[in-house]
Design a protein around this ligand. Structure first.
Ligand code: N01
Length: 548
């Protein structure tokens, strides 16, 4: 901040209970936000429900949990020393390694002393008389802050369906997103996994190798691409690190926040090339592995016929992997376009259904009707189980925000403001909620991107904004309703130009009973979105009201 040397830091006059900023959440977002707030000379406190740092990577300890963005991309870029010194062991890091990395960052930047662990925030209430947020925690702690920054994560409110009888189950049950810290050993057990999303697809091959028998309860099959995970190639690491700044720049300017292997076709329609060329392009992406598959052609996300060529390719791969053609067909998605439910990435997922100890139970037409003391009962049959794993997902993007009692101007709650679905300006701010920021909030690329790239972009934007306010003695920044409505319209328009609305996905809120059906993330691309946010800042925060 240009003039911070001359001015006293804002926090210099604060009493202990009156601080500059509260950050809610100590995952990848909350930690970096705290680091940047300190850099501005602001007093800050982070509240974290978990007993340690890490957010997603603290809670999701299920067998097989790993990131499906490559380690060298899924890591902070803000510190050159950090990114050069940290050594990843695998192309895709597993949860324990990512958590070690986050712990290292917390220690390296001395972050823990400003974090209150095991402390869930219950309320954040804006006082119009003082322009301050009153934050309350479950432990009865209260603090007053000028800025309230939500670093609560997009996939942090786990969802267990309300099956009758769950409390009567005689065995143990788990949710992937809230996994115990001790090692869970399924050896010799009959295990049921409910769900076939990313978490299930990662855990099923691992659990199948332990369990006496594994029942997979599938309502909707998913498209999954092999990760081709392997130990990180030291030559690749050396080359990339020699050019890290440029690599990061490319990622920030890209569509999804990571660089996909270059091809001749990425700008073309899948329908503009011959069937043989298409096959070559898909085979190349499949062999490379990972989520870059959907960048094979320009229109896989927007044209149903183009998308169908890729979906056919996946279904052929499933038939090749799974010996029993009936099971292969059951595992083959038919009802929605590829990528409109989040593409999964796996290590030998489909092949796991060739094992004698794995049974696929389809619950679309014969749904689960109850959990009994013995196990799972569907409309068609009963399955005796020793353990049940709920891989049933999250109340995504809005769940963590709406379970806090957030009240803005006039006492209006965020629940009221978002009754018909989330409405934000740039996914960063909400009209009527001054000095509140939502890191990777709905209406930003967030879950459609490499999260850490989007997290860093939002935090740097917020930090620059706070510096701007401080330098001009401005107390309050607030999105205008007009700018917010225009942004929401733009988010919807771009979303409606894609195939996403065709699927019953958590992007649409479709997995939570009663949740408004709205496509929540911004699909305009990470690079374009970054430019847009930078333009808003450069123009003196157009679309916001700034007051002294
Ligand atoms: O959750 P999901 P997830 N009866 O919502 C099923 C990220 N992530 O935890 O599709 C039967 O995707 C549900 O069925 P259906 C990633 O962004 C990242 O797996 O609704 N089934 C579905 O199959 C991901 O997308 C990594 O018909 C029921 C499953 O449960 C997001 O987190 C790893 C049911 C839920 O799948 C969420 O993934 C893991 C019921 N009553 C996750 N209710 C990385 O690698 C729900 N289901 C970075």
């Amino acid at each position: 901040m240009a003039d911070s040397q001359q001015r006293p830091p804002v926090g210099a006059t604060a009493t202990p209970r009156e601080i500059d900023a509260v950050v809610i959440g100590a995952g990848l977002a909350g930690l970096y936000m705290l680091h940047r707030l300190r850099g501005l000379g602001l007093t800050a406190r982070v509240y974290e429900a978990g007993a340690g740092v890490g957010g997603t990577w603290y809670w999701n300890r299920y067998p097989g949990a790993r990131c499906d963005i490559e380690s060298l991309d899924y890591s902070y870029s803000f510190s050159e020393d950090l990114q050069q010194e940290w050594r990843w062991t695998e192309r895709y890091a597993a949860q324990p390694e990512i958590l070690r990395y986050i712990d290292h960052v917390a220690d390296r930047f001395d972050l823990r002393r400003d974090i209150r662990f095991s402390t869930r925030v219950t309320a954040a209430i804006f006082d119009e008389a003082t322009n301050r947020w009153a934050i309350e925690t479950e432990r009865g702690e209260r603090v007053s802050a000028r800025f309230c920054i939500m670093a609560t994560g997009c996939l942090s409110t786990s969802q267990v369906p309300s099956f009758a009888g769950l409390d009567t189950f005689a065995g143990r049950w788990y949710h992937t997103g809230n996994w115990p810290h001790e090692q869970i050993d399924f050896t010799g057990q009959r295990v049921g996994v409910i769900g076939t999303g990313s978490s299930a697809i990662q855990s099923i091959p691992v659990i199948a190798r332990q369990a006496a028998h594994l029942y997979v309860f599938q309502r909707t099959p998913n498209f999954s691409v092999p990760t081709r995970n392997a130990p990180l190639d030291p030559d690749h690491e050396r080359r990339l690190k020699a050019n890290y700044a440029e690599h990061r720049r490319e990622a920030r300017a890209s569509r999804a926040g990571f660089v996909t292997p270059p091809t001749d076709n990425a700008e073309k329609s899948a329908l503009a090339v011959t069937a043989a060329e298409r096959q070559r392009a898909y085979e190349m992406r499949w062999a490379h592995g990972g989520l870059g598959f959907t960048s094979a052609f320009a229109d896989l996300g927007t044209d149903r016929a183009a998308n169908e060529t890729a979906a056919d390719f996946f279904r052929a791969k499933i038939r090749a992997a799974v010996h029993d053609p009936v099971i292969a067909e059951a595992l083959s998605p038919r009802d929605y376009p590829l990528g409109t439910k989040r593409l999964c990435a796996d290590s030998a997922y489909y092949e796991t259904f060739n094992r004698d100890n794995v049974t696929l139970v389809e619950v679309k037409d014969a749904p689960i009707v109850a959990i009994t003391p013995q196990g799972v009962r569907t409309r068609a049959a009963s399955y005796p189980l020793d353990s049940i794993v709920f891989a049933t997902g999250f109340d995504a993007m809005t769940g963590a925000l709406l379970r806090i009692d957030i009240r803005g101007r006039g006492g209006r709650t965020l629940q009221e403001a978002w009754a018909d679905g989330p409405r934000t300006y740039l996914g960063l701010a909400v009209a009527g909620f001054p000095n509140l920021f939502t890191i990777t909030g709905p209406g930003s690329p967030s879950v459609l991107s490499n999260m850490i790239v989007s997290i860093e972009q939002h935090i740097e934007w917020i930090a620059d904004c706070l510096a701007h306010l401080h330098a001009r003695d401005l107390a309050v920044i607030e999105a205008t309703p007009t700018a917010q409505e225009a942004w929401v319209a733009h988010v919807n328009e771009v979303g409606d130009g894609t195939l996403y609305p065709l699927a019953d996905s958590w992007y649409m809120g479709a997995n939570i009973p009663g949740k408004p059906r709205v496509f929540m993330p911004y699909v305009g691309g990470v690079g374009a979105y970054r430019d847009r946010c930078a333009g808003v800042a450069a123009s003196g925060y157009v679309g916001f009201t700034l007051t002294a």
